[in-house]
Design a protein around this ligand. Sequence first.
Ligand SMILES: C[S@@+](CC[C@H](N)C(=O)[O-])C[C@H]1O[C@@H](n2cnc3c(N)ncnc32)[C@H](O)[C@@H]1O
Length: 214
Amino acid sequence: MKEDVQEIAKKHIEQNDYLGWFEEIYQKGKNEGLEIPWVSQEVNPYVKYICEKLNVEGNNKQALVIGCGLGEDSEYLSGLGFQVDAFDFSPTVIEWCKQIHTERGVNYFVADLLDLPKDLPKYDFVLEIYTLQTLPISEREKAIFSLPSIIKHGGEMVLICRIKDIDEITEGVPFPLTLSELATLQTSLILTSSERLLSDQDAWKRICNVYKKP
Ligand SMILES: C[S@@+](CC[C@H](N)C(=O)[O-])C[C@H]1O[C@@H](n2cnc3c(N)ncnc32)[C@H](O)[C@@H]1O
């Protein structure tokens, strides 16, 4: 990840503030033009790839995007015909989404994956990309366990993240997941597809898993 973004993350994490770095990054991105590595103003190519591969069609069904960032993937799912809810922990990025995406009616709101709103409905399609890997490892299990509860029976979840071997040491943010962490999802979800994703931009290992809730 870019050096200045790593510096901001490090400063917060050293003070045990695992979530505040996103707010500072988005404020600096919005107000000072800081380049945010995951913001591209286009749908993530892996999201597009997997949706096309699975022939995903919205048909007015309900979708949820977790840690939506600047909303590129949320707008894409809306374009596929879903009614989309999208949340992020950062109030600045949610405000930013509302300013720049005025056409499609995606419902952007502030929420915390570690403390989901009690009235959150269950969804036909859930997208989680690159949020679990930003959470402190001590909190991750709680977040992973909460995911099945927001999917409807018969619904699907696409999960895309960086992965690492159990004994692999990585520097800075994000904190890649191990396959055994992801395996806990299979206590209540069926893994219907799993694919390693290759990048010509970097050497990180990534995975795209698709789950169905029986
Ligand atoms: C690396 S960014 C990825 C954003 C987006 N998914 C994408 O791929 O462009 C991680 C996002 O997760 C959000 N996030 C981190 N922790 C969160 C939490 N506990 N609840 C909700 N969102 C969170 C951050 O604010 C940030 O927008």
